[in-house]
Design a binder for this molecule. Structure first.
Ligand SMILES: [Zn+2]
Length: 136
């Protein structure tokens, strides 16, 4: 999960309409971007656009499940922020990655700093470790 501060995970999965498909497209693009970076055969991920009850949660995923939720608010985020939040959730989903304080990608709190090169390195490291574990 990527969040601003401690809070609960209550959320409403929004019904898709043309407006929401456009928002979801931002998330899907970030997902494809991660696939290009990793160049690996990664499982499909279900993307849900949700409204988090407290309005502060940015995204969430269940460790090792190919299912991520991203806040509808992502519509108003910078491209860097969308990428960073989506990749963070993908790392939870694909690799079971946990939060690591000070990590450019896996910090629990959104610090407003988005460094693509550093995030790519983290993603590649997580992917490498994960494939090693699976004996690929
Ligand atoms: Zn997280």
């Amino acid at each position: 999960m990527k969040k601003n501060k401690k809070q609960d995970f209550s959320r409403v999965v929004l019904t898709m309409d043309s407006d929401l498909y456009r928002v979801r497209r931002l998330v899907i693009d970030a997902l494809y971007d991660a696939r290009r970076v990793l160049g690996a055969d990664l499982p499909r991920v279900k993307v849900r656009i949700v409204s988090f009850e407290d309005g502060k949660l940015l995204g969430m995923a269940f460790l090792g499940k190919n299912d991520i939720c991203i806040s509808r608010g992502c519509e108003g985020w910078s491209a860097d922020r969308v990428r960073s939040v989506v990749w963070h959730e993908l790392a939870h989903a694909w690799f079971g990655a946990e939060h690591t304080e000070g990590c450019p990608l896996m910090g629990a709190v959104d610090n407003g700093k988005y460094d693509r090169a550093a995030e790519e390195r983290v993603l590649r490291t997580l992917a490498g470790d994960s494939f090693k574990k699976k004996g690929k």
